[in-house]
Write a new protein. Structure first.
Length: 381
């Protein structure tokens, strides 16, 4: 679950991280009032679950309340990465002497929370990693002991030479780690962490991603979810208990099991296609899940072919077949469908599909190749 910048900042403040004041506006008039309240130059920032806000025109400086109103009106009409901007954060502009990056992410390889810090802030950390990797320091944190003071100082001195600033930075890192753990986050970052001309160290931005598995025991965090800022397909999938992530390709994938779903996406790429989504219907034998999955996928105009790849272990393939038949009767398909079924009740599933005008394959490579050919306009093998 993604948090808006203003939400992440509120959490960071609770743990003592120094952050300038700021409030959210949903109308240009509210933005003007906030600019008048803070006085001087303010920053008007789009609140949307997408990166690249600045490049998309979603972050602007306003020198007066009138300018804040005009800029907010423009920003509130934007769509950034196809997501509408419905709120803006208005915060006083800061004098910046230097910009750094501090972040924590769950690393699957080390099975630990890993700090990444860099004296090169204000830009995407991926860009820093690609062009100047020597400017990034990584430090895995042992969950048994947490971030130790000497570790925080070690990283702080990688960013700052001034002892006072390094100490302030080390304190912020410990506070960030506390916020990360307490919120059940999978990512928490400050970009940029700045120094002012007076030598103060301040967090000007905040980003948090919460592990969905943590939400059940953190209702206060779950209450921060803003479904209006999420892709409609992902909201619908979550309500249907489907694991779904929208991508930019043209082959819609319906698979059971996360591992098989990843392998299917890899094969789609291998054979020259692009997956339109990650969609795992799970291991239950519920035809309704298939109905929901097809409804979500067919709503994506980019999908040119649909690929079902089902391995029946716990999942009964005949239930999947019934789900396909039911879904296509309710909403006739406008794109071709390729079905690969193997496993539990396979013969029954094939019979159901055949009686309803569908064909099913058992070879995974063959099915993926055919789906890619159909999606890209090629002739089916």
């Amino acid at each position: 679950m993604n948090l808006h910048e203003y939400q992440a900042k509120d959490i960071f403040r609770k743990f003592g991280i120094p952050i300038p004041p700021g409030e959210v506006a949903t109308t240009p008039e509210q933005a003007a009032e906030l600019a008048r309240k803070y006085g001087g130059t303010v920053v008007v920032k789009a609140q949307v679950h997408a990166g690249g806000r600045g490049k998309a025109g979603g972050v602007k400086l306003a020198k007066s309340p009138e300018e804040a109103r005009e800029l907010a009106a423009k920003i509130l009409k934007l769509r950034i990465k196809d997501l509408p901007v419905q709120k803006v954060l208005v915060t006083p502009a800061a004098d910046i002497a230097s910009e750094a990056y501090v972040g924590i992410i769950v690393d699957r390889a080390s099975k630990k929370a890993v700090f990444m810090v860099s004296p090169a802030g204000g830009i995407d950390i991926e860009e820093v990693a690609a062009t100047t990797p020597e400017k990034i320091m990584k430090l895995p944190v042992d969950a048994r002991f947490g971030l130790q003071p000497f570790q925080a100082m070690q990283m702080a001195f990688f960013i700052y030479k001034d002892v006072k600033q390094a100490r302030a930075c080390a304190k912020i890192m410990q506070q960030l780690y506390q916020a990360f753990v307490a919120s059940g986050a999978s990512l928490a970052e400050i970009n940029p962490l700045v120094t002012t001309p007076k030598g103060e160290v301040v967090a000007l931005d905040a980003k948090m991603v919460i592990d969905d598995n943590e939400l059940e025991r953190r209702p206060d965090i779950e209450a921060l979810r803003d479904e209006s800022a999420e892709a409609e397909s992902e909201v619908e999938a979550r309500k249907a208990n489907l694991t779904f992530i929208k991508l930019d390709g043209n082959v819609g994938c319906v698979v059971n099991g996360a591992g098989l779903a990843m392998a299917t996406m890899d094969l789609v790429k291998y054979y020259g296609g692009e997956p339109a989504n990650f969609l795992d219907i799970g291991g239950s034998s519920n035809p309704e899940k298939v109905v929901n999955a097809l409804r979500i996928i067919t709503a994506d105009a980019n999908v040119k072919a649909i690929l079902f790849n089902i391995f029946g272990g716990i999942t009964r393939t005949d239930d999947v077949a019934n789900g396909i038949v039911t879904a296509t009767k309710q909403n006739p398909l406008k794109v071709p469908i390729v079905i690969r079924l193997t496993g539990t009740n396979e013969e029954i599933a094939v019979k159901i599909l055949t009686e309803n005008g569908f064909s099913a394959m058992t070879d995974m490579d063959e099915a993926v190749q055919k789906a890619v050919q159909l999606a890209t306009g090629g002739k089916a093998a």
